[in-house]
Design a protein around this ligand. Structure first.
Ligand SMILES: O=C(O)c1ccc[n+]([C@@H]2O[C@H](COP(=O)([O-])O)[C@@H](O)[C@H]2O)c1
Ligand SMILES: Cc1cc2nc[nH]c2cc1C
Length: 350
């Protein structure tokens, strides 16, 4: 396995379908631009799907779960055993994303990349254990080269499963106690930002907890400084297995022409890394929501992303992205089914 595939270009956008969709928006029975972001969404999707009237019928969700060595630094409000316990909950249908996937009639795929509290073989969970957790990146790299390659490849494999299921939209979800610390450390080096600026409460730290977490991140960033100019190396040193799998899935989805709906803070940091590695994949990303996690806005700004929802969510699992699917579907229905001025006999402006 090598990493050369990451550099393959993203599928190009179909400009004529995009232009046709934009012209159609101006011909529909509404004041020009009155559907705001829904118009931009339908136009972007038309270019990506190479058809003037796009549609999102089938949605595939993959939740990548993994544990983090940095959790031993006391950076989460919850114990590490929760990651493995939640893997079981995803499969048995009781997690938020399980409920949302059922409501959307989406296919839900769960990948266990390595949990300290290993739930073992479970029906409906892909067992792809890389290690029980990443290493504690305070004084060593989170992953070896080989572990990074395998995690990225798991993301690409998830996209292949989405493609086999005939999906038009891919949602990557994540679960991993401690992963906001990894994502924040990675964001700090990708954005050249200071930890206090973007460190947030994660699962619910108090003010003192957030201060401690920012200090831990600052120590880790200082240790790895000088080795993180390359985004892949930054991902290897400071990321997590599930974050790397998300990166692999985003790059692969863009290469295979599958639209991605990016979830919250951790997923957006993975998107930032994916774009740093392969800039062409930015075009294939839609952004679902603004998370309550402190650093999310900064990451969204760096991606020039304007998310669809702002509900104060901070759950992860792909849940915010799942919530945005009906909006994406409705934007497509409006573009397809609204009457034009001439069809409806409504007077257009000059
Ligand atoms: O998606 C988000 O914006 C988000 C924000 C805060 C926390 N989370 C979830 O909470 C877990 C990480 O929180 P923590 O405090 O353990 O780093 C992980 O399982 C994430 O899915 C997710
Ligand atoms: C219970 C629980 C569920 C989660 N889902 C994603 N992150 C999570 C963190 C916790 C603690």
């Amino acid at each position: 396995m090598s990493l050369q595939w990451l550099q393959q270009p993203a599928k190009p956008v179909d400009i004529s379908s995009r232009d046709a969709a934009a012209a159609r928006q101006d011909d529909l029975t509404k004041p020009r631009g009155a559907l705001g972001g829904l118009e931009a969404l339908a136009i972007q999707l038309a270019g990506l799907q190479a058809r003037p009237c796009p549609a999102i019928d089938r949605v595939h969700i993959t939740v990548f779960a993994a544990d983090h060595g940095i959790a031993s630094a006391g950076v989460s409000a919850y114990p590490q055993v929760v990651t493995g316990e939640m893997v079981r909950n995803f499969a048995s249908g009781g997690a938020a994303i399980s409920v949302l996937a059922r409501q959307l009639a989406a296919t839900l795929d769960v990948v266990n990349l390595g949990t300290v509290n290993d739930p073992g073989e479970i029906a409906g969970v892909r067992r792809a254990i890389i290690a029980p957790s990443t290493a504690n990146f305070l004084d060593q790299a989170a992953m070896s080269d080989d572990q990074l390659v395998r995690a990225l490849d798991e993301g690409a494999q998830a996209v292949r499963r989405a493609q086999s299921a005939g999906s038009e939209l891919f949602i990557g979800g994540e679960m991993g106690i401690g992963n906001t610390t990894a994502a924040t450390a990675l964001a700090c080096v990708l954005l050249e930002a200071g930890p206090p600026e973007i460190t947030g409460a994660g699962t619910g730290l108090d003010e003192e907890g957030v201060r401690h977490k920012a200090e831990i991140i600052a120590r880790a960033v200082a240790f790895h400084r000088g080795f993180v100019a390359d985004p892949l190396e930054a991902l290897r040193r400071l990321g997590g297995f599930e974050i790397a799998a998300l990166v692999g899935s985003y790059v692969s989805a863009a290469q295979h022409g599958i639209v991605v709906l990016v979830d919250g803070f951790i997923s957006s940091v993975a998107a930032l890394a994916a774009v740093a590695i392969n800039p062409g994949c930015r075009e294939w990303m839609l952004f679902a929501h603004r998370s309550a996690e402190r650093g999310h806005q900064r990451v969204l700004d760096a991606l020039a992303a304007n998310p669809l929802l702002d509900l104060g969510m901070r759950l992860g699992e792909g849940s915010g992205a799942a919530l945005a699917v009906p909006i994406v579907r409705l934007a497509c229905a409006l573009a397809r089914d609204m009457a034009t001025f001439s069809q409806a006999g409504v007077s257009n402006r000059d």
